[in-house]
Ligand binder design. Sequence first.
Ligand code: ADP
Length: 462
Amino acid sequence: MKQMSVKKKITLWYTVFMTGFVLASLFLVLFLANGRMLSDAKTHLKDTVLRSFLEIDYEEGALEFDDDINYLGEGIYLSVYNSEGALIYGRIPASFDGAFVLIKDTLQQVHSSGQQWFVYDSCQDISGYGTVWVRGILSPSFSDSSLRTVVFCALILSPFFIILTAAGGYSIIRRALMPLQKMTETAEHISTGEDLSRRLDIPPGADEVHRLAHTFDGMMDRLQTSFESEKQFNSDVSHELRTPLSVILSQSEYALEETSSDAERTQALSVIRSQAKRMSALISQLLTLARAESSRLALHPEPLDLSILAELVCEGHAEAAKKRGITIFTDLPEGLFITADETLMIRFFDNLIANAVTYGKEGGNICVSLSDDKTFISGSVRDNGIGIPPESLDKIWNRFYQVEPSRTESACNEGHGCGLGLSMVRWIVKAHGGQIQVSSAVGKGTEFTFSFPKKFLKNEKL
Ligand code: ADP
């Protein structure tokens, strides 16, 4: 039984159940119908016997029997006896040889010649003659005959009914469970690493199995995306590390050449140091992101004055902005308190403002603003720089994504220019239960708008 498929188990179960149910119903109906027919037959027998007295007269010294007495009750044998019990008129079935004693107004059930009979006796005084007995004998086979036809038909039809039910049910179950079959095959293909892009593609349906199939497809979409982004991430990391490493290798070989002068060696060492710094910044960014995304980065929420914090970060970037002729404007109302992790909030503003300085227009401006929104603090960082093309807007949050790496003037340094800044920004927002959006127009500028709940909400799905 355990080895059987669910389809067969369900079909077998309900076929057995249906068979039992049909047979039980049939027997119940037969039992009730039989009881009812017997009771009708008994009443009919009594009536017939009592009515038969009306057909007996005593005239001119002899008993006279009206012909009607022979047609009184269908299937009932009537016989007339005198007060001594001697048969004076009527018929007795040939196979009936029991119940010789006449008992007044009592229905007897008699077994004779392997058959069951009902016998009803009654007596009345016929004026001028004296007591006359009438006996009615009924063979229940009469009442059985129509029932027997019903039973016969039911027994002939039941196997067809059961086969039809089993076949119909099996085909419905097979069709209903088809997505499960496809799901198993797809899961097998995926687990053997054959093809992650396979989907069930079951036509829409509202039942549980269809919903499961669509959830399965949705889950596979997400798995494929995360698997591919993981692959992309690995190749990006290798690529990002290979470039500085090959520079370090070539520079060190160059420095070690006997023909190199001291000045050339110093130059080579300086290149090696800057590449090593780039690698170190990249690795530390990656570590932070990896810890953050695997929920191993503990948050330390504390009450913060967000206005002061944003102001300090803006001041930190004033020097770099000035070099590009960019003015940073702020609209930071006093006393905007929030419960959040200070280090992460500094990094949040730092990444957004550093990007605004890097990708802002020379001689342009940046506007950093915050506002109180009842339970939220909302804000934005806006620049009038080069902007982001619409097709890149969704991708800028991905690790290592850079619209055009050549647009980044500074090499990956101090966490900027590696394509990791906005991934970190998005994670910080998520970790604090907030939201962030970007809107941009190429050549006109970019605006990041965000909101954080004032009270720290632990986000379960970091
Ligand atoms: P990066 O370290 O390269 O700045 P980010 O993750 O911070 O990486 O940003 C991803 C990419 O999004 C950047 O390479 C840049 O092309 C684009 N970007 C981010 N902020 C801005 C902005 N304010 N203006 C224009 N482009 C931007």
